[in-house]
Structure formats: C-alpha cells, structure tokens
Design a protein around this ligand. Structure first.
Ligand code: HEC
Ligand code: HEC
Length: 328
C-alpha cells in the first residue's frame, strides 16, 4: 500500500514537473522572431557589459556609430548608411539570414575571394568594404573588438531564441531559366515597393541623425557591386527566406524560388557603388561563384549569363571540367 502511494506521488511529481518545465521553457524557445526585440534584450539589460552594448550599437546603428552620420570624421568606416543588421536580421540572430550564432566556431575559415584561410575579423572587414561600401577597420580597433564581443556574447548570454541556427541562407533550387526582368519588376512592385520605394531608394528615419527605416536596394547609398548581395543567387536566397519583411521567414516563405530569383535580378540590374580592384578577387578563378557578376572568369560564358543566368550550364561546366560542385 505504501509502495503504491509512493509510486503515485512520484508520478505526480514527474507529471507536474514536466508540465512546469514545459511552461517555463517552451514559450521562450518558440517565441516568434518579431516578438524578440534585441534593443530590449541588449541595451536595457544590466547584465550585458558596456563592451557588448557598444558592439551591438555599431552593428545595429552602423551609420551613426561608424558610418557617414558619425560626428567624428576619423571614426567613419562604413561608406553607406546601411546597418550590418539590415542583412543580418534581428541583431544577427535570425536563422536563415546569415545569423552570427555560432560564428566563433566557423572561423578561421577558408574563403575563395582571398584564396586563403581568413579570420572572423577579416570576414567582418569583407562586409565593411563591400556590403557597407566602406573601408576595413584596423584589426585591433576598439570598434572591431566591440563587434567581436557582441558576437561572442550571442553564444553565451543569449537565451536560445531562434536557435535553429542556420548559417548562411537555406539553399534555393536554382531555376533553369535566365532572370526575367519584366517578371522581376512586377514582383518588385507588388511585394517590395511599399517599403523599399519605387526607385529602390529606401526610407530614412524622420530623425536626420539616424539611417534607414527601410534600407535602399540600389543607387549610391547601398551595398557595392563587389558585395555578396550583388550576386543573383545569393540575393535570391536571402529574399526567399526573409522578404517581404515580417511576412516571410525561412520556415514560412512567401515567394517561390523562381520569384525570388527574378526579383533579385531586378534589384541588381540598377547602378550602385563600384568596388575598386575586383579583378584581384578570387585569385584562383575556378573558385569564383558562378553568379559573380564581374569578371574575369575562367570560362567562356558571357558576362550577361554570369549576371542573369541561366546558371545550370555554368554549374555543369565546372563540375565536368574541374569536378567542383557550385551552389552560388
Ligand atoms: C514591410 C516592409 C518591407 C517589405 C515589403 C520588403 N522589405 Fe526588404 N527590408 C525591409 C527592412 C525593414 C529591412 C532591414 C531589416 C532590418 O534592419 O532588420 C529589409 C532588408 C532588405 C534587404 C537587405 C538590405 C539591403 O538594403 O539590401 C534586401 C536585399 C531586401 N530587403 C529586399 C527586399 C525585396 C526584394 C522585397 C520584395 C520581395 C522586400 N525586401 C520587401 C523591409 C521590407
Ligand atoms: C547588404 C547586406 C549585408 C550587410 C549590410 C552586411 N552583410 Fe555580412 N554578409 C552578407 C552576406 C550576403 C554574407 C554571406 C552569407 C552567405 O552566403 O553565407 C555575409 C556574411 C557575413 C559574415 C560571415 C557569416 C558566416 O556565417 O560565415 C559575417 C561575420 C558578417 N557578414 C558580418 C557583417 C558585419 C559585421 C557587417 C557590418 C559591418 C555586415 N556583415 C554587413 C551581407 C551583408
């Protein structure tokens, strides 16, 4: 009798224990991205160090803190008014948006663009010089240290929100057709103009001391032609998994692969800042992504086809000739 009683009690404890644990952890773990505000979690959190807060501000309000809106001209490194987090969404924690979660474990890493194993610092400077159309920070710059501190903190201090932890972007199926700019334009007008503007110019905050509420996609104040986002396949994967903003997500996309591809080609068909010395990128030209829109290449496909596809024939060529499997 006592044994049955004890067993019953044990069962009760386990049952309510599980229930309690579930209530405590589940809502947090599954909280949708939009409900998590990094400003609140980082900036108004007394447990977060000043160094990490500084890093977060550099990454999420880049223009004021290290770009054209920084008051001290000697501290201006970014050349446009974007923020790093315009592409690395939600403070760099968003799965499927080149999240920084786990980034420390992924570097040093081999990169084809420089054809060597590079550090995280060098990777950040890659985005500074291209996505941010700016200049590299010195390796030991306090700004660099602060950005690294924030990225490190993401792994340690961040509750495991959005922790599906996709690095990069989930792959799209590469369409067999070339980009159709007419289709791209109509998708753009239907799904993107509202926020990014008819001329891709974006929308500034009312406060002139701040950057963009909706970042620009082409023109003088955005990523340059040497940036990853300027490759149609990379942009299509970002767009498919993240845009239209707050409507689409990696696990709930709105556009099809092909729609994302056409609209990616469309936004990248306009003029933008030019990166200097891109001919020296990818010293081993075999390693150049197929949709890198600037030459030289080590194949005889046209510049037009490298910019707008169709890409399967180029992918096939590298596979047959060099045994290299290309995905972007
Ligand atoms: C509801 C507003 C909204 C819509 C609609 C929208 N975007 Fe965005 N987009 C944003 C915001 C906001 C960001 C930056 C996100 C951040 O900072 O957290 C962004 C970022 C981007 C970026 C990366 C940053 C940059 O400047 O290059 C690209 C590319 C992009 N959007 C493309 C598109 C495309 C293509 C569409 C249509 C399929 C689209 N967006 C629809 C609001 C929107
Ligand atoms: C216009 C969009 C854009 C902006 C702005 C941008 N990046 Fe990136 N970033 C990318 C793309 C695209 C990649 C490559 C993603 C891929 O294909 O895996 C990338 C990759 C990275 C990576 C490597 C990620 C990994 O998992 O290997 C780091 C780190 C990074 N960016 C940091 C930054 C920092 C810091 C800033 C601001 C100084 C910044 N980025 C601004 C688009 C952007």
């Amino acid at each position: 009798m006592a044994l049955v009683g004890a067993l019953f009690l044990l069962m009760l404890v386990v049952f309510f224990g599980v229930l309690y644990f579930d209530r405590i952890w589940k809502p947090e773990a599954e909280k949708p991205i939009q409900e998590w505000n990094p400003d609140v979690l980082v900036l108004s959190n007394p447990e977060v160090s000043e160094q990490v807060k500084k890093g977060y501000l550099l990454l999420s309000a880049s223009s004021q803190n290290m770009g054209p809106l920084q008051e001290n001209p000697s501290l201006r490194y970014a050349g446009n008014n974007l923020s790093c987090t315009n592409c690395h969404l939600n403070g760099g924690t968003q799965s499927g948006a080149a999240s920084w979660i786990g980034i420390g474990n992924r570097f040093p890493q081999f990169g084809g663009r420089a054809n060597k194993t590079g550090s995280l610092t060098e990777r950040i400077n890659g985005c500074m010089e291209r996505s941010m159309n700016g200049k590299a920070l010195p390796e030991d710059a306090p700004q660099m240290k602060a950005m690294l501190a924030y990225m490190e903190w993401l792994d340690e201090g961040l509750p495991k929100l959005n922790s599906k932890n996709f690095k990069g972007y989930p792959k799209i199926e590469i369409p067999s057709v070339a980009v159709n700019l007419t289709k791209g334009k109509s998708i753009y007008e239907k799904e993107c103009t509202l926020c990014h503007g008819a001329k891709g110019q974006g929308v500034r905050f009312n406060d002139p001391k701040k950057g963009y509420q909706y970042p620009p996609l082409w023109g003088d104040d955005t990523y340059n032609d040497g940036a990853g986002m300027h490759r149609v396949l990379t942009a299509a994967a970002f767009i498919k998994n993240n845009m239209p903003y707050l409507q689409a997500r990696w696990d709930n996309p709105k556009l099809t692969d092909e729609e994302a591809y056409h609209v990616a080609g469309y936004i990248n068909s306009f003029s933008r800042p030019q990166k200097e010395n891109t001919t020296t990128d990818y010293p081993d030209k075999k390693l150049k992504p197929v949709s890198t829109p600037y030459g030289p290449w080590t194949d005889s496909f046209s510049p037009e086809q490298h910019k707008y596809g169709p890409f399967p024939p180029i992918i096939q060529y590298y596979k047959q000739t060099y045994g290299i499997e290309k995905t972007k």
